[in-house]
Design a protein around this ligand. Structure first.
Ligand code: NAP
Ligand code: HSE
Length: 432
């Protein structure tokens, strides 16, 4: 059998521990499949005294991850520390500069520096893998790079954050409000102690920007993603969505349009007849629409030690086999920056939920604002008389397809009415 692939793992937390365990438990299978063993020779963590529930025997432990970048007995560095800059970025750049291949699960790093890191790896002739950075165990990067490579991607969209999907699913199933379910998700260890990256949509936006780069042949453009999180989705919205036969999901949507690349992450209403509406709990899903393949949907666990290690190891197997494909599907010199298509140009239907004073003429004022912006209504819901604060009632309006800019202008006017007592809650309806 040929020489083993010698691995250095930077980070022994959830993902790093999972990678070490998988490589140990599947050692024979992987050696057979690669034609050579994959062996962890060294690993690093901040606190080397911390008790880890993974067998680290025979692995050299380093307190400084940079030791992995320079070690002569390491062929490939696995970066699973996290953080878009600082130690993770320094390690990645140093490892590549030293001619080592690099595998990472770090979507924050790739979203901000992905194109540059890919360029460094290409210039050095080393391999770069980041399958684990998007949708955990779902092999979506490989799908775009290999299985779907014969297609022009027309659109892709997906549930890219398990924490948000868990919160929205639980709100619907238990009819509880956002804050309550978030606290539970934190207690169960799903959401981070500081959950803002998850619930404000930033984590999903990191992942979407990586997917869009691979799908559309452009450098990763995280700054070009329109991002809204799920804090404003209330129990009332979930209940109205059910009544209208929709489900609310935090989606990332990317499309190449005549105005450039559209990338957006926000809560969406999706018909409860679509498959993605039924991807619940901590599961992720990505749907790719290709010109020849049609619609392909990938579903699975987006986080956790096992699924994420599965993706990291797939990249390691590529390195072991010497499979050097361009990380973002085309060589970095051919990635071409494209304009950002403004969300203001989005055309689609909208759900708008208002809390209004229960007085004559209120609806006339609201519909006048919509009429003036040429926004046509499909339906309106109001149940019973006042039961909210200050004699208010919830009113829901569903529009026909319209341009986002017109909708925003109408919302600004509606929000200024003194009979509308809370900022309108606007949720885009996606027609999949
Ligand atoms: P984690 O459990 O917090 O583990 C991070 C590890 O890195 C720990 O072992 C920590 O050492 C070490 N570390 C952190 N900062 C360091 C520093 N400055 N110097 C040296 N070591 C340092 O994180 P994780 O959940 O495994 O996530 C790792 C990466 O994978 C992140 O980029 C994350 O976004 C990504 N990811 C995670 C998941 C998931 O399900 N968790 C899924 C997909 C992608 P100590 O143990 O001593 O503190
Ligand atoms: N915080 C992420 C999520 C973990 O909830 O999906 C995996 O990227």
């Amino acid at each position: 059998m040929s020489q083993p692939l010698r691995v250095g793992v930077a980070g022994l937390g959830t993902v790093g521990g999972g990678v070490v365990r998988l490589l140990r438990e599947q050692a024979d299978l992987l050696a057979l499949r690669c034609g050579r063993p994959i062996v962890v020779v060294a690993a690093s963590a901040r606190d080397l005294k911390k008790k880890r529930d993974v067998d680290l025997s025979g692995i050299r432990l380093e307190s400084d991850p940079m030791a992995l970048a320079t070690a002569k007995d390491i062929d490939v560095v696995v970066e699973v520390m996290g953080g878009s800059d600082g130690p993770a970025r320094q390690l990645v750049e140093a490892a590549i500069a030293n001619g080592k291949s690099l595998v990472t699960a770090n979507k924050a790093l790739l979203a901000l520096h992905g194109a540059e890191i890919a360029r460094l790896a290409e210039a050095k002739g080393t391999l770069l893998g980041f399958e684990a950075s998007v949708a955990g165990g779902i092999p979506i990067i490989k799908a775009l790079r290999e299985g779907l490579v014969g297609n022009r991607v027309k659109r892709l969209y997906g549930i890219l954050n398990g924490t948000c999907n868990y919160i929205l699913t639980t709100m619907r199933e238990t009819k509880r409000d956002f804050g309550d379910v978030l606290a539970e998700a934190q207690k169960l260890g799903y959401a981070e102690a500081d959950p803002s990256f998850d619930i404000d949509g930033v984590d999903a936006a990191h992942k979407l920007s990586i997917l869009a780069a691979a799908a559309f042949g452009a450098p990763v453009n995280f700054a070009g993603v329109h991002v809204e999180g799920i804090r404003r989705v209330g129990a009332l919205d979930i209940a109205f969505a059910e009544e209208l036969e929709y489900r609310i999901k935090l989606l990332g949507v990317a499309r190449e349009t005549e105005n450039g690349i559209e990338q957006r992450v926000h809560p969406c209403m999706v018909s409860n007849k679509t498959p993605i509406a039924h991807v619940d709990g901590v599961f992720n899903a990505v749907v790719v629409e290709g010109d020849f393949v049609g619609t392909a949907m990938f579903q699975g666990r987006g986080a956790g030690a096992g699924p994420t290690a599965s993706a990291v190891v797939a990249d390691l197997v590529d390195v072991a086999r010497g499979h050097g494909l361009p990380p973002f599907v085309v060589p970095t010199a051919k990635l071409s920056a494209k304009p950002v298509a403004s969300i203001e140009k989005r055309r689609g239907a909208y759900y708008m939920r208002l809390m209004v004073l229960d007085r004559p003429g209120v609806i006339a004022d609201i519909t006048a604002a919509l009429r003036d912006e040429n926004v046509s209504l499909e339906s309106m819901l109001q149940h019973g008389r006042s039961h909210g604060p200050n004699d208010s009632v919830p009113v829901v309006l569903v529009t026909h397809e319209t341009e986002e800019l017109a909708m925003r202008r109408a919302v600004t006017r509606i929000a200024a009415l003194n009979t509308v007592i809370e900022p309108p809650n606007l949720i885009r309806i996606e027609d999949f």
